[in-house]
Design a binder for this molecule. Structure first.
Ligand SMILES: [Zn+2]
Length: 437
């Protein structure tokens, strides 16, 4: 991705730098050729720098007394999930050609929502890898992406939903495995596809209450261990959909690099998690959205009850993990009709209003912790000298009112590598949130 040439100056706003530190009032951020050279109080900025910033060549953004923060990181992003109303639609409704176009539209939307980076939580076909390539080559706008490929699940598990009599398998979305040998083979396929993250399904979910509920295991420890050994051998990372306590423990003992959800932790799993500082991405607004909007989409009561249990368990686990010093990323599993693309920042509001994280903690989770999960925290995730100028400038005080991050109309600028890509200062026609599908 190309970075800007020349000087970018942002002033007249408070700096919320993503480290968790209190906001710095009346801040100045200066980037040179796409990298931050100063971020701090205007009063302590070097005199020479102030001269540079007043040169007529500099691009100047007036933050209008609002907030300057790092670009947000969506840590559980499914660009290929096209706001489906039924899970089964994911792999059979559209061909790869159309899903690719939808994924491109979702990536553009995420950037417009202030997300300058994202980690894929699993992909239809191998779209995310090529999506990443197109974004990196500036062929289209989108977050800097860490790609996943097709997701791995045990035969008969949560993601194996097409009945055998239809003879269509799970071609688009999932690699189904029986035993460690097939698990290794599935990972080797992903190695050839070029993906960075291997997404697996150690456990079930409230979505499948009959045979794969959230306390059911969908892979054996041996399968999970084979996935990790093979992936690590090739320099790939492994994550998993982990709800049940036993599945969380299996994943941690098998050497997983991250956990999605980590819903029902106990003392032992918390200890295992902290011993290696394995990050988690709870994705909890999804549960609330399922409870609130599920009935409109015909969700059975058993499913809604399961989401309620997941919501409460997940919130308690996330609180425990953060308070114990764990790494929590913000990612929301968006791409379902009741939890559509464009709503990404609802996750942040949810963590402040329902889970009890402070706004500064939540913003840190949505920036620095996301960058850590991507393995790119030396380049992005905070507004500090030496990092890429991936920034979000918002009208208003986001610490006092985190909900401002949900309102794209208040974004003055979304900046990637010093280039203004979206927001009021970028001139482009935005994709309407929740409209694609
Ligand atoms: Zn997901």
């Amino acid at each position: 991705m190309k970075t800007a040439a020349g000087t970018l100056v942002i002033r007249n706003g408070q700096l919320v730098d993503g480290t968790g530190r209190a906001a710095i009032p009346d801040a100045l951020v200066v980037a040179q050729d796409g990298k931050i050279v100063y971020a701090g109080p205007v009063s302590t900025a070097p005199a020479g720098l102030l001269q540079t910033t007043s040169s007529s060549d500099a691009t100047v953004i007036d933050a209008r007394g609002g907030s300057i923060l790092p670009g947000l990181v969506e840590a559980h992003f499914h660009p290929t999930y096209f706001n489906v109303a039924a899970l089964e639609d994911l792999d059979i409704k559209y061909p790869v050609e159309y899903v690719t176009l939808l994924a491109a539209a979702n990536a553009k939307l995420a950037l417009e929502c202030g997300y300058t980076a994202a980690r894929s939580g699993g992909s239809l076909f191998n779209i995310d890898f090529w999506l990443k390539k197109a974004i990196e080559k500036d062929l289209m706008p989108g977050p800097r992406l860490a790609s996943s490929g097709r997701e791995i699940c045990g035969v008969g598990g949560l993601m194996d939903w097409n009945p055998d009599f239809r003879r269509i398998g799970m071609e688009g979305l999932v690699l189904l495995v029986n035993g460690p040998n097939e698990a290794r083979a599935a990972v080797r396929k992903l190695v050839k596809d070029g993906v960075e993250w291997v997404k697996t399904y150690p456990t079930g979910d409230a979505a499948a209450p009959d045979v794969n509920d959230h306390h059911t295991l969908c892979m054996t420890f041996e399968e999970m261990h084979a996935v990790v050994q093979t992936a690590h051998n090739h320099g790939m990372k492994v994550t998993g959909h982990c709800r049940a306590t036993e599945g969380i423990k299996n994943a941690l003992k098998a050497g997983y690099d991250a956990l999605e959800h980590a819903t029902f932790i106990d003392d032992e799993s918390l200890e295992l998690l902290l011993a290696r500082q394995v990050p988690i991405v709870p994705a909890l607004q999804f549960e609330l959205a399922s409870i609130e909007h599920g009935p409109e989409y015909g969700m059975p009561q058993a499913v809604i009850d399961g989401h309620q249990e997941t919501l409460e368990g997940g919130a308690e686990s996330a609180r425990r993990i953060l308070r114990a010093g764990g790494v929590v990323g913000m990612g929301g599993d968006y791409g379902f009709a009741w939890n559509p693309h464009g709503d990404y920042a609802k996750e942040l509001c949810f963590f402040v209003n329902y889970v009890g994280f402070t706004p500064l903690e939540t913003i840190q989770c949505a920036t620095l912790s996301g960058a850590k999960i991507m393995g790119r925290d030396k380049e992005i995730g905070t507004v500090e000298a030496g990092k890429l100028a991936d920034l979000l400038v918002v009208e208003g005080d986001v610490v006092a009112n985190i909900a401002l991050l949900e309102d794209r109309s208040r974004f003055v600028a979304v900046v990637q590598g010093g280039v203004i890509k979206a927001g009021q200062l970028a001139k482009q026609i935005p994709v309407a949130a929740g409209q694609v599908g």
